[in-house]
Write a protein that binds this ligand. Sequence first.
Ligand code: ADP
Ligand code: MG
Length: 699
Amino acid sequence: MSYLQTPIEYLKGVGPQRAELIQKELEIYTFDDLLHYFPFRYVDRSKIHTIKEINPYTQFVQLKGVVKGFKIEGVGRVKRLKAVFEDKTGTIDLVWFHGADWMMKNLKLNVEYVIFGKPNVFNNSYSIPHPEMDLATEQKIESTGGLMPLYSTTEKARKKYLESKAIQKLTRQLIENINERTMPEFLPLPLLRQLNFIQRHQAYHHIHFPSSENRLQDATQRVKFEELFLIQLRLLRIKHNRGKSIRGFIFEKIDNYFDKFYKEKLPFELTGAQKRVLREIRKDTLSGKQMNRLIQGDVGSGKTIVALITMLMALDNGFQACMMAPTEILAQQHFESIAPLVKGLGIEVVLLTGSVKGKMRNYILNNLEEGSIHIIIGTHAVIEDKVKFKNLGIVVVDEQHRFGVAQRAKLWEKGTSAPHVLVMSATPIPRTLAMTMYGDLDISIIDELPPGRKPIKTVHRNDSDRLRVFGFMREQIAEGRQIYVVYPLIEESEKLDLKDLQDGYESICRSFPRPEYQIGIVHGRMKAADKDFEMQRFAKKETQILVATTVIEVGVNVPNASVMVIENAERFGLSQLHQLRGRVGRGASQSYCILMSGAKPSYDAKKRIEIMCQTNDGFVIAEEDLKLRGPGDMDGTKQSGSVALRLANIVEDAPILEAARNAAFEIIDKDPDLISDDNRSLRNYFDEKLKDNPWSMIS
Ligand code: ADP
Ligand code: MG
């Protein structure tokens, strides 16, 4: 066991009882955990302020002066000691709620102290509860060069005297034993030199007890790099192992289906971006390695046709293709758009969802295994039902951003050759986030919309505009258009929300009476068949208005719908608003998105709505979303593999992430098994760190 793995109980001054508190309250179990319990901020203890300078924004102050007098107030549990402290600019109260007796015995009057604490303001007068008191003659800022670390703690811990100061004592205790031997370097020397980093043990010294701002900077950079580098190294390592152990099918020929389709069937000219992505896919499928590629393209950027053309490449080489969608409706829509496109080419395309049963199901299962079905489109069921293929060459996964490493691995059985995998996502994620979430995938971006699209006009309205909004809806319906009205539905308040939805539906029914208007409603609580029925009615133009919850968010395509009204827009996140808006603007006519909110949305909500009104660009929105929410909220950012991001922030530290990615890439490229002398310590560190979490997940 390494020194750092020593249980916290064995740190001098801790012991079993205190260890229990530290474990429970701070989740610190080992020396290593304590070293990674970073200060949340630092206070400059080299500056002495004056009482006059204190204002409502003062966080911490250090003052120099004398205690003029003190008294005990209250009795029993409310007993406290109040002292009057004076410097040359004025006086301030110092207060102790516990330990009052001890303090009173030990406080010296009219002797100069240096005190430190966090002022409170009450009734226009300031006081400092539980200040740190040092006699001016003894006051020394031990080798901290003035920067004192502050550690967060809990209420319970504080009550038991485990406050910032106490934690500081523990880290100081530990840090004295941290050196090259107890905390060995693991970054390869050449990298360390190239990036001009300080040694690992030095970095941990300075992150807890920086001797200067500059030292703190150096330490922070290094520790952030470390966190991001380990994640990247792990992802690239997974990717490398996969490449080594899995052979990929080679789609050498593109003659029959591909050619015919391209020449005779393709209804439009591909955009430059679509062509570029197809070239990238072509390269992958010729490489002899398994393709694992993510295509990111905003809603309406034309990902489906790219998927179809890729599937035709597989068919030309004698393979079958499969396309998965997250919902039945989406699977059906894919089927309905793809089947006519390949008509006359001698390709058999089938749709398989949960509702395909009996004879039809048997027919599909038999002919898939026998090989006469070329393309199968369906929901997840396609894979999980253990449907057997004769020779599956490619799997296209549509609109499933949470389709991670492990799920992808399920697509094939161990020991068999693996089909190529193409993941398509309309939820653009910023590059930095993509690097951490999908670091083991190659990424293609369709950053161009097909020509002739009119940008959707987005406006913000509130309840007092409702009559005008209804008027506008009538105009649009009179022109033959259709309209979505969407209500939020979030889990905690589902009942209330459902009532909102019902009320909204009824109010719309009153304002848009039958038989002139037909109105449909769908929500997640309905049976799948009923939902489907309502969606179909809307798609067939039998209803003009569809009142819905976010069930319509994903991928549904009704090009004639030109207005998206989003109720309580303040309750939606940015990317969700963008996804919803993407349901319109799919036809030739001008489309609109109307964001309805209460009169006073919160600051963040207003900001989100503003951004929506300003831009249609999914990538810009994704970046803004990440900024507003912070990465902590997003999937897969707090914890990636076994490495937690404690200090690094993938938004603010994008440049460090970039450097970490490059460094990891270079190392894996040159020495994938980390066997060179330079990389041995890195390998050792990894082996230890990932003991319970095998180094290669797929091999
Ligand atoms: P998404 O990327 O959101 O899945 P789709 O693949 O559904 O987008 O495409 C949206 C619409 O754009 C479809 O009606 C499709 O036929 C059309 N489309 C795709 N590519 C082009 C293109 N290059 N030129 C014109 N229309 C296109
Ligand atoms: Mg799509």
